[in-house]
Structure formats: C-alpha cells, structure tokens
Ligand binder design. Sequence first.
Ligand code: PLP
Length: 393
Amino acid sequence: MNKKTRLPHTGLDHLSRPTIVNPPVHRASTVLFDSVAHMHAVQAQWEKDDPQQPSPTYGITDMPNQVALQNALAELEGGYRAQVFPSGLAAVVGALLAFTRAGDHVLYTDSAYGPGRRSALRTLQRFGVEIEAYDPLIGGDIGKLIRPNTTVVYCESPGSYTFEIQDLPAISEAAHAHGATVLIDNAWATGFYFNAFAHGADVVIQPVTKYIAAHSDLLVGAVITNEKAWPRLRETTLDLGQTAGPDDLFNALRGLRTLGVRLPRHYETAMKVTTWLQSRPEVARVLYPALESDPGHALWKRDFTGATGLFSIELKPCSDAQVAALVDHLSLFRLGYSWGGYESLIMPSQLANIRSVRKWTGGPLVRIHVGLEEPQDLMDDLAEGFERMKGVG
Ligand SMILES: *Cc1c(COP(=O)(O)O)cnc(C)c1O
C-alpha cells in the first residue's frame, strides 16, 4: 500500500475504550494495578516486549502515546521497532551509546549534524570510544578505515549544510563485512523518500522535531532499528531513562498524518526555487541533490524517491555585511535554527568548527528551508534580498 495511504492509519492500534479517532493524551507516571497478582501478570507481559500487546508498568515505557508514535515511525521508516527520545540530539547520543563500549572505534561522517558530532567527540570519547571522522563521499572505500575494533559506522545523507549523498549500500556492505553496525540520520528525506533499511542501515535516527512534527512547537527524537539491533537499543534506552512527554508525542503523531501531503509540496517548491536560484548572478552553486547539476544527483536518483525543502546556496565571493543584507529584513524567510516546519527559514551556515576531513573551501554558504508558502512569493522575497546586497560593501 502507498505510504500516503498508510500515514493516516498507522499508530492507531492502542485506543482507550471509547472509539475515538486519536489515541488520547495519557499523562502518567504511575500505572495502577488491581492486585499483586495483576501486577505480576502485567510485569510478565511487559517483559515479553510484544509490540502488539504493550503492557506499561510505569510511565517511562510502553505508554499509549509512545507506542502509537513508535509503531507509526517503525512503519514509515520500514524498520522493526522504534523508540522515542526527548529530542533528536538525545536520539543520536542514545543510539551511539547503545552500540558502543570502551575500546571501540567509531567511523563518523564528516558531514554529520554538528551537535551530535560534538557529543561523540566530547562525551563518548571520555568513555573510551574513539571517534574518527571520514569523508562522506568515501563509499565502499570505508573498508580501508575499518579496524578490528570498529563497531559503528555513522552516516547522514544528505549531509548537514553541504548535502553530500552517501553511497549507503556500498558503505553498509563494507561495514557489515567487518561486523559493524550502520547508523544513519534520516532527517532530510525521512522514510517517506528514503528507505534506509532497504539500503543497508541497521539503525535509523529520526529527529521527529523536523518534518514529522512539522510545526516548530516541540522537540522529539526517535531511533528505529532492524530486528537484530532492537534488544540492545531497548535495553540502553531503559537504562538511560529516555522517553518523551505525552503531549509532545500526541502532537508529533498529529504532524505525521500530513507528511504525505507536505513533503511533495516542499519538494515541488524547492525544485522551483532552486532552479531559479541557479540562474541568479549572486549564486555560485545550489547544493540540492535533486538538481541534475548536483554532484550527488546520480546517487540520489538511484536511492531516493523524492527530495524535501532544505538546501544551501553558495554565494559568489561577498562580504559578511552583504550576507547579512540578504538574510536580514526578508519578510517570509525568518532567521533561526531548525527546519522541517511549515514556515520558511534562512541562515548563514556555520561550518568552521565542525568539519575536519572535507573542509568547506567555497564561498559564503547560506542554508534555506522553503515552507508551504507560494513559490513565487518566496522567490520575490529572496530577489529583494539580493537587491539589498548591492547597496552594501
Ligand atoms: C535538528 C537535527 C537533529 C537534532 O534534532 P533536535 O530534535 O533538534 O535535537 C539531528 N540531526 C539532524 C540532521 C538535524 O537536522
């Protein structure tokens, strides 16, 4: 069945007694039992970890809003099971902690989301895990970097800010040949446009905050795994006490319902706006894998079924004041972190301290998220920004 058809139907299996459309918000720490015997029976059922019969014993796991979103995300990403976290960053760190131990070596793509990489380099290294950055375009040659103690290969495709498409099947094949687990951050495409599991991933990280929740009003993350990786992820999540609040989970599931209409719309708008940007004299290059001119286009076309609303532009050499003249005073694009919401955002990219292998050597880079506005209005807004650049030195 088409994913668009499934999206309004997934995650609805755990309704409370009255038949209503959405699982109600269950705000709970304590779960009550009828008797000691009942308590033991529920506990035994909880230990089975049966996704069809979740049996919460306390608010931290298996509560209805959690189960509903987790089941929906597992289906969206094409994985076995999912676990929610209080943010996308917590999901990145939780996944890394689950699949590493002291003495391990982790290969980490140089193009990864900066704060996740910083946690790996700072906190994980403190626990004796060695982190080595690799070129996102390495493909099957990753095999040459794998050591006997390499247990995790961490991917993100396309990469943050620079949008490199990774050859996930080739990377996964090399990693699996050495028994390493392949983790990938699938924020940009989501399972709607990229089935990472079918391309070799064992574990998918999804910042629900972005395209799933989509309204810039909450933080939630998720880790989705294949069957083999699930017990380790579940165990670590329990040990770390990670979950997310029921109101956020409810709203995230609400966002998911419309993913199938929003993403094609972001894609269509981004194609129009990026094609127009390519013709602008101020723009040296547009970094968006759906464009034929993009170096990642062939891989994108092979592996992805669509693209979304986030891309970067490299400006021709210009001053910081000119970049500010472009970004400041736009009426539709707002300046701020994050993306994936209904609104358009713009931000000068900050790459200086987060790349070590594939350093950015081009001109000023500006990241753009196109929201659900009319594409022509967005182009008019940017055109005025380009005009403002001319009046500045
Ligand atoms: C935003 C983002 C995250 C982190 O998600 P939060 O919910 O904001 O913590 C992780 N990975 C990528 C690629 C992101 O863009």
